[in-house]
Design a protein around this ligand. Structure first.
Ligand code: ADP
Length: 520
């Protein structure tokens, strides 16, 4: 059995840090690669050794198979962990790693090619007898064919890129007259994002939930599932907050969906860690949508719920070991409730505009039940070139209300200056009565955001007119005196704010902090 001693992490950011930490925990050596924009990054600091792989643009660095394999050879690594994104789901990368004599920590290239194409993955699910969303059995030729099948299915429909990911090349079409233009834009978006413009049609499930199952499968035919993750809280079809377990899944449904996920895995020859995603309708009917052949961003909620280190399992499976975990052990030992908030360097008050820049001050939350998976540190410069995710905050509680309270407390403790983050957004979500009741669908967040935009616009309409500019020297002197007093007051208030324990409404406190910033 090949023993892994040194792992090259072909990624950056929080996920590279996560994998490097696992290497340390397992007593393995780690090798980081970095672009010019990431010279000072945390993954570079934490790895045992690190190698530059080129300029900032990912196509010239993190997506360059040759450069990564050269580093693997030079560093003496015996395995490569791809993280998520970049080359993680590239069958070509997995194949090239194997050809060059490195263990690729993930599924085989053949399996990755099969499940990476949503249309062939769907066929595998059908073969396994798992319900799929009704739709075209394969990508459609053109807009006319799409229209024909959409009429049969009935509107609304979803147009989805066969090579899709991250919500790209996906369009919900409510009316027949919009189909042709949506088809064209979905296809061209997919062609430019994935180099593959093939699109297929699915019935759009109304007010659905997104629930997915984590699986582990070894190379000896053993496979288990590690329960579900609730990933319904999304913005524009992209997850922003995840939980495990789902507030609406009971033991029976968990067992059923778990078995369905394992059937899809078997039908596609899946090995290593993976996720089988389902869309669930109001009546709790579930339909397969896709397989993610990698470690997911949201994997920590499963780790916290089950106590299993998924990266350690990935390494063991890649070494050819048999799964030591048993299905019953997992299901009997699910503990409490876990929630993850994705921390992005984006400004929720400016329609989620990217907010790259230097982290001027930072205080990360801690205490009981809190896990911080981030790549932030004071002085870190968040580059503009990559995905804006800079961290994930995970809270565990004995039950869902306890996990919500703890997450709220942790978000109140989260202080970062210099860049805007999505922290204030989560404080709002966690205060929402529907969220607290566990009653939401994939449209929840977009509705919440449009409601607050409307409220803001109304508020702005009532703004008082700006007073006249001072003229006389007395007036100017008075203004200067007031400005100086205000400056001292604001400085004191900010100092008090930073020293204050987490008290009062988090939203108010976050708002006050933002107001202080704006008044500067
Ligand atoms: P991607 O791979 O681009 O992320 P997915 O197939 O995983 O695309 O779908 C992403 C999200 O889009 C889902 O979580 C869900 O919110 C929405 N979605 C996908 N398919 C459907 C469908 N048939 N009906 C309703 N919503 C859907």
């Amino acid at each position: 059995m090949p023993e892994i001693k040194k792992i090259l992490v072909a990624n950056r950011g929080e996920i590279a840090v996560r994998v490097i930490r696992a290497c340390r925990d397992l007593g393995l050596e780690s090798v980081a690669v970095y672009s010019e924009a990431d010279r000072e990054a945390l993954h570079v600091r934490y790895a045992d050794s690190s190698y530059p792989i080129g300029p900032a643009p990912a196509v010239e660095s993190y997506l360059c198979i040759d450069k990564i394999l050269d580093v693997a050879t030079e560093s003496g690594a015996d395995a490569i962990h791809p993280g998520y994104g970049f080359l993680a789901e590239s069958p070509e990368f997995a194949r090239r790693c194997a050809e060059a004599g490195f263990i690729f920590i993930g599924p085989s290239p053949e399996c990755m090619a099969l499940v990476g194409d949503k249309a062939t993955a769907r066929e595998a699910a059908v073969r396994a007898g798992i319900p799929v969303v009704p739709g075209s059995p394969s990508p459609v030729e053109d807009a006319t064919a799409a229209l024909e099948i959409s009429r049969e299915l009935g509107f609304p429909v979803m147009l989805k890129a066969a090579a899709g990911g991250g919500g790209k090349g996906m369009r919900k079409v409510d009316r027949e007259e919009d189909l042709e233009s949506s088809f064209r834009s979905a296809s061209s978006e997919a062609a430019s994002a994935f180099g593959d413009g093939r699109v297929y049609v699915e019935k759009a499930i109304v007010t659905p939930r997104h629930i997915e199952i984590q699986i582990l499968a070894d190379t000896h035919g053993n496979a288990i599932h590690l329960a579900e993750r609730e990933c319904t809280l999304q913005r524009r079809h992209q997850k922003v907050l995840e939980e495990a377990p789902s507030p609406v899944v009971d033991d029976v449904l968990r067992a059923e969906m778990g078995a369905a996920a394992l059937a899809v895995a078997e039908a596609s020859g899946y090995t290593n860690a993976g996720t089988v995603e389902f869309i669930v309708d109001k009546e709790m009917n579930y339909f397969f949508i896709e397989v993610n052949a990698r470690l997911q961003v949201e994997h920590p909620v499963t780790e916290v719920l089950t106590g299993v280190d998924l990266v350690a399992e990935q390494v063991a499976i890649a070494e050819g070991r048999e799964l030591a975990l048993r299905q019953e052990d997992i299901l009997f030992n699910l503990r409490g409730h876990a929630i993850e908030c994705r921390i992005y360097a984006e400004d929720p008050s400016r329609n989620f505009a990217p907010s790259p820049g230097t982290v001027e001050a930072l205080r990360l939350p801690g205490g009981p039940g809190i896990r911080d998976d981030s790549c932030l540190f004071k002085g870190y410069e968040v580059p503009i070139h990559y995905d804006p995710i800079v961290g994930k905050l995970i809270a565990w509680g004995a039950d869902r209300p306890a996990a919500i309270r703890r997450m709220r407390r942790a978000l109140e403790e989260y202080k970062v200056r210099g860049i805007a983050t999505t922290v204030p957004l989560f404080l709002r979500v966690l205060d929402d009565p529907d969220f607290i009741a566990g009653q939401f669908d994939t449209g929840f967040l977009d509705h919440l955001l449009s409601r607050s935009r409307e409220a803001e616009e109304k508020g702005q309409g009532r703004t008082e007119p700006v007073s006249d500019v001072p003229h006389t020297s007395e007036e100017i002197e008075e203004v200067a005196r007031l400005a100086a007093a205000l400056h001292v007051y604001l400085r004191e208030e900010e100092r008090a704010f930073q020293q204050a324990p987490a008290a009062g409404s988090a939203w108010k406190r976050a708002g006050r902090f933002a107001a202080l910033e704006n008044r500067r």
